[in-house]
Design a protein around this ligand. Structure first.
Ligand code: GLU
Length: 503
């Protein structure tokens, strides 16, 4: 176990990181990428990783979010030591269930003179903002309620609606450390007295983050760059409450190819949508971790298990990364093709799950794993995502196929000569029925012999069989496929095709 150095002392604990999403729907890839980095860092340091739900903005809460967040993480292979579902020593891990803690911290800050109740109405704040705009001054609270004597303020607070604001010093500076960006200093006069407790009794993020990360003994706060401007406020609260500041790691944003903040219009999807679309979790994991992190200047394909050995958080980039859907697709294909990345057993599971999901009901269940295993070498080179698999191999699993259209069966070579097609298929059947073995070479030999006897091109006879047996003009390799389908089924489908030509 590594102890965790912080700029303001050292915690006597191992590394503890957390993922602290707000329940605003499906987590987007930017949030999940942060979670992956925090998880990798914790696991690689022999430390712990927590999940905490930040639901203090009740107006933005979307029901079912937590389940989607948990499912997204699990699908990617991320586990957590403590969290809403598994509990832990610092439970509860849902902020709306921790309101007393924020209230107690607020009371302490007020008693110390670091915070005060503010009774300003929204009308007054609006006017203030407009006046500041007109005078070209930076917006911010003017500190009016800070001048109310504490005893009077306390009395009013007992009956009047109010928020509580943290009192930022008007002079001096605040300095904090960011692991990637070094020491950052800001002038206090640029930061106004910000709200820590809202009128509904819920804390703002500015208060909830220090209170919870202290309570949960978090050593490293790995979060999005959008929080960087608020960090001086946060460290002020840490200091005022006598807490140990965590190490901050503010990571860069993800941009779309046009340079705008990544969004749906760039083709970015939610994690579970990638699952739907047939991405392999290992590949998405690899891709996301590498979006703003690198091992060196050339290695791109790093399996998650290997990431756990090589991930170095100090190599996160502070410049924005650009999301590239084509590269993700490419990486998915690399994973699908490489035994060293996805073992044959794992690939059989992934294939079988997808087929179970998408094959028509008439395909028998459970999906025949041995057939899937035999199909793996025939199709893994041919697909970029698992979603392409079912329609490529359905004819292996269903006894009957949807008969091909007559024109598809005739194709170009026989378009003007259906009789030749009929003879071709009839000859193929005869040779296939007579061959002693049912192996790819024997099947190929039989079809070539039939073509020779008929004076037809072997390729034309192959195509007749391909369409007749599979219903499609594009399939995995024909002889291997026919061997797997079996002689009886192949002959039955050829009979059906012949009937189609005769009809
Ligand atoms: N709830 C915050 C968010 O989703 C968490 C930021 C943090 O990790 O502290 O942006």
């Amino acid at each position: 176990m590594t102890s965790a150095p912080t700029p303001h002392g050292t915690r006597a604990t191992a590394v503890r990181t957390r993922f602290a999403p707000s329940p605003t729907g499906d987590p987007h890839v930017g949030n999940i990428r942060t979670a992956l980095w925090a998880w990798l860092f914790a696991r690689r340091s022999g430390g712990q990783f927590l999940l905490r739900l930040e639901d203090t903005d009740q107006s933005r809460a979307v029901p079912g979010s937590l389940a989607r967040i948990e499912a997204s993480l699990r699908w990617l292979g991320v586990d957590w030591d403590e969290g809403p579902d598994v509990g832990g020593p610092y439970a509860p891990y849902v902020q709306s269930e921790r309101l007393e803690g924020y209230r107690a911290a607020t009371d302490r800050l007020v008693a110390q003179g670091d915070a005060y109740p503010c009774f300003c109405t929204s009308e007054r704040l609006d006017q203030l903002r407009k006046a500041q705009q007109a005078a070209k001054q930076p917006p911010g609270y003017d500190g009016l309620c800070a001048s109310i004597p504490p005893a009077e303020a306390a009395q009013r607070a007992a009956s009047e609606p109010h928020v509580v604001r943290f009192h930022m010093p008007d002079e001096g500076t605040t300095t904090f450390e960011d692991l990637l960006r070094g020491s950052i200093t800001v002038e206090n006069r640029l930061l106004d007295d910000f709200v820590i407790l809202k009128s509904d009794g819920y804390p703002t993020y500015h208060l909830a983050h220090p209170v919870d990360d202290e309570a949960m003994q978090i050593t490293h706060v790995i979060r999005g760059e959008e929080w960087l401007p608020s960090a001086p406020r946060h460290v002020r609260i840490f200091d005022a409450l006598g807490y140990t500041r965590p190490v901050y790691v503010h990571n860069s944003v993800i941009l779309g190819p046009d340079g705008g903040k990544l969004s749906k219009r760039h083709g970015a999807r939610f994690v579970l949508e990638y699952a739907e679309d047939g991405y392999v979790p290992e590949a998405l994991f690899n891709y996301l971790v590498g979006l703003g992190w690198s091992l060196d200047d050339h290695t791109e394909v790093i399996h998650p298990a290997r990431m756990l050995e090589v991930f170095d958080i100090t190599r996160l980039s502070v410049t924005p990364a650009v999301f590239d859907t084509q590269k993700l697709e490419w990486m998915n294909g690399v994973y699908l093709r490489d035994d060293a990345l996805i073992s044959p057993d794992r690939l059989v599971e992934l294939f079988a799950d997808r087929l179970d999901r998408d094959l028509p009901p008439e395909a028998p269940r459970p999906i025949d794993r041995e057939l899937v295993r035999a199909l793996v070498p025939l199709v893994r080179e041919r697909i970029k995502t698992l979603a392409e698999l079912p329609s490529m191999v359905d004819f292996f699993f269903t006894g009957a196929i949807t008969p091909p259209a007559r024109e598809t069966l005739l194709g170009k070579p026989f378009r003007n000569d259906p009789e030749a097609a009929r003879r071709g298929i009839e000859g193929a059947r005869r040779f296939l029925a007579a061959t002693s073995e049912w192996t790819p070479p024997a099947i190929e030999g039989a079809l070539r012999a039939a073509a020779e006897e008929l004076g037809q091109k072997p390729g034309d006879v192959f195509m007749l069989c391909r369409v007749g047996i599979t219903g499609r003009a594009v399939t995995p390799p024909l002889f291997e496929s026919m061997a797997l389908i079996g002689r009886e089924t192949c002959l039955a489908r050829i009979d059906a095709a012949r009937a189609l030509l005769e009809g």
